[in-house]
Write a new protein. Sequence first.
Length: 134
Amino acid sequence: SDEKLDEKSLKIPKETLKLEEDNYNKFRGLILQEKVQSLEVYCSSHRSSIYYPAALFALAEIQYKNQNTTFAKANYAKLVESFPDSIYGLYAGHRLNQINEYDNYNRYSLKDIGEQYSLTEMYDYREIEPYIKK
């Protein structure tokens, strides 16, 4: 559906996307390699990036997958607090609830969560999308 794509991109200017290309590539590389410490450092030094919410969500997912729930919870909470209306803030809120309910790692399909809570689809946390606060 083309409407969802327009909504997702939030009309981010092409110049902005071009300027952020290096950040996108760096975030994406660190996420795919699951380099947690490097990703933490890059996230904290690039908070104004349009890819920061996506990268922070990916970092939290990797931390959670590695059963480092203390750090994962902190990063999910940051997303909920700082980007509550973004897809990342919404999914982070549900992930926090899941952690609090089950405590240990409980893998779930992002597609299932999206359908259960009528959220915009997100299939893979490694596919990062730009986000600009309204």
